[in-house]
Write a protein that binds this ligand. Structure first.
Ligand code: S3P
Length: 171
């Protein structure tokens, strides 16, 4: 496996972070989140980067992050932001798992979480639900094209999905 990383890809709110935390419990790997890397690089939040700079600026930071992941990160679990797939070198970073879910199931997941308002507010592209719904439709074929494996997540717990990944990757 390229760099031997597990790359968790999917739309905002699908549960990449929770899944990464479950995978940590089952492996001896550490987890990295590309939004966290960008926030520490810029010393500000993703929300503020969108507001004070632009989405284009944020996408360039994602590209920079992807080059660093490719050159320097091995044997890890990497959660990528929902739009990170555009970087062009995902396949060189690791085994890419597309966590597929319908928009309705994602919204249900967010609404039943501990702090739904916070989860929505921090995501600039999850403010207008009609636009977000169109975005997931538009991205779905691209997620498929970038992935090595597709896992349906609706109705499954993060720990069940983590077990599924362990079996799939023979870890
Ligand atoms: C984005 C997803 C977010 C974050 C940014 C843009 C997107 O990450 O990178 O708000 O374009 O889908 P999560 O998928 O972790 O919410």
């Amino acid at each position: 496996m390229k760099n031997n990383n597990i790359v968790l890809m999917g739309f905002m709110g699908v549960g990449k972070g929770s899944l990464a935390r479950e995978l940590i419990k089952l492996t001896d790997r550490v987890a990295i989140d590309t939004d966290d890397l960008i926030e520490s690089m810029e010393n500000t939040s993703v929300k503020k980067i969108f507001e004070k700079e632009s989405e284009e600026y944020f996408r360039a930071l994602e590209k920079k992050t992807s080059l660093w992941l490719e050159s320097s990160v091995k044997n890890s679990i990497i959660s990528i932001g929902g739009g990170f797939y555009h970087v062009g070198n995902l396949q060189k970073i690791g085994h890419v798992i597309y966590l597929e879910s319908s928009f309705d199931a994602i919204l249900d997941r967010i609404k039943s979480s501990k702090n739904p308002d916070k989860k929505l507010k921090k995501r600039p592209l999850l403010q207008d639900m009609a636009k977000a719904n169109a975005l997931i439709e538009q991205r779905h074929p691209q997620y498929l094209a970038c992935s090595d494996t597709v896992i349906q997540t609706a109705g499954k717990t993060s720990s069940a999905i983590a077990e599924e990944i362990m079996k799939l990757l023979k870890l």
